[in-house]
Design a protein around this ligand. Structure first.
Ligand SMILES: [Zn+2]
Length: 398
């Protein structure tokens, strides 16, 4: 058994439409492809299509927007030409957006699940068709079969799952076990933190044996957590105690530079209020702090997402190594199964590829033959075939 690492990247502008396309998306994508290829890995671009529709529509009379849209198309063709993958990502705040010297997005609309059934079906079909039409001329084998919801918000998931299946999707990859935000998502009951499952049509977090849609969770490690201690001593010190993973001086410098550039690109004042889940904001309104929330800040469990823009190399690789002892993965020991493991990054947060490069180097050195790299769409087809095979052999035994 080995791990098949899938490097997904949410490829998009900032959530309020700000950011220079060429500076934070286009040029860094080519550096990211160079980096990934130099380590023998593959990239899976989760292409945010709402912004593309916005620029396409504005581009009918604004040449600069047409230029952005055409370069977006070209970049996606290049990704496929270079043997990496492109799948669908949608931030619905781009729908009905307008441009008045800057983009005005409907930032109150975050969850695709809040749209009407018809509209959900429509945008999923349009998104898939757009990518299929764009990319099949480059690779006739190409197909858009996987989806990630903007801000991971797709619950309640019944209609979204139904429409994904109707549109021909085989995979969703929005869930991270343990992740919770009272406004956007609740993945605390998700079936697994690491291996894919057939998603129950009623609830994406539940595993069933009667679904044609697989959930490929973003891998996470459920670490014991104390926000209070992290705040007092800092994240890095905390992880050194809990996971034995200390950053090097190079890592510290890289993360300092990342923080500096991210404030330059996206000033703090622009952060979406909606994404702030801190109940202290509502203290006046509610007059009390929820006790459970407060307790969870002192000691609780928190998923450490396999995020190559957020974890330093030692921490990333420790989390990856933890996958081998997960009960869902251990079932496949002594088989030649490749376990798909989804990692995540955001191009807009990455000022250079230094951290990812060091992660890939360390992961290959430590895991050796127990590590390989997959494109998301290959992994989905592989896992679907494996599941069908298991079902057939179980039926035969019965
Ligand atoms: Zn996104």
């Amino acid at each position: 058994m080995k791990l098949g690492l899938i490097l997904t990247n949410d490829w998009e502008l900032f959530g309020d439409g700000s950011g220079d396309y060429f500076e934070i998306q286009h040029k860094p994508l080519y550096s990211l492809l160079d980096c990934v290829e130099s380590h023998g890995a593959k990239l899976t671009v989760m292409a945010e299509i709402g912004q593309q529709w916005g620029h396409r529509s504005l581009g009918e009379d604004q040449p600069w927007a047409r230029d952005v849209a055409e370069n977006w198309d070209q970049a996606m063709r290049d990704v496929i030409r270079r043997q990496s993958d492109v799948q669908l990502h949608i931030h619905i705040q781009w729908l009905d957006s307008v441009f008045e010297s800057e983009w005005k997005l409907r930032t109150n609309n975050i969850s695709i699940a809040d749209l009407s059934e018809d509209r959900i079906g429509c945008i999923l079909r349009f998104g898939k068709t757009y990518l299929d039409n764009l990319l099949q001329p480059v690779d006739p084998e190409y197909e858009c079969i996987a989806f990630r919801a903007g801000a991971f918000a797709l619950q309640p998931s019944r209609v979204v799952v139904e429409k994904l299946i109707e549109a021909g999707f085989l995979c969703d990859t929005s869930v991270t076990k343990g992740l919770y935000n009272e406004n956007l998502y609740d993945f605390r009951s998700a079936y697994s933190s690491c291996i894919p499952w057939e998603a129950d049509p009623e609830d994406i977090c539940t595993s069933t044996s009667r679904s044609s849609l697989f959930e490929f969770p973003i891998y996470s490690y459920g670490a014991v957590d104390s926000a209070a201690i992290r705040r007092a001593f800092g994240d890095w010190t905390y992880y050194r105690f809990t996971l034995g993973a200390a950053p090097s001086d190079t890592d510290r410098r890289w993360f300092e530079e990342k923080r500096r550039i991210s404030y330059e690109r996206y000033p703090k004042t622009r952060h979406l209020e909606l994404l702030n889940d801190n109940p202290l904001r509502n203290i006046k309104k509610n007059r009390r702090i929820p006790l459970r929330w407060l307790a969870s800040k002192i000691i609780g469990r928190r998923p450490v997402m396999l995020d190559y823009d957020g974890l330093h190399p030692e921490l990333f690789v420790r989390c990856l190594e933890k996958a081998f002892s997960h009960p869902h993965v251990a079932l496949y020991q002594n088989t030649d199964t490749v376990i798909p493991i989804v990692a995540l990054g955001h191009i807009k947060n990455m000022h250079d590829t230094g951290n990812l490069s060091r992660i890939l180097e360390l992961a290959k050195a430590r895991l050796g033959d127990n590590l390989t790299f997959l494109k998301l769409r290959d992994a989905v087809r592989y896992w679907k075939a494996l599941t069908a095979q298991q079902t057939t052999s179980q039926t035969a035994k019965a």
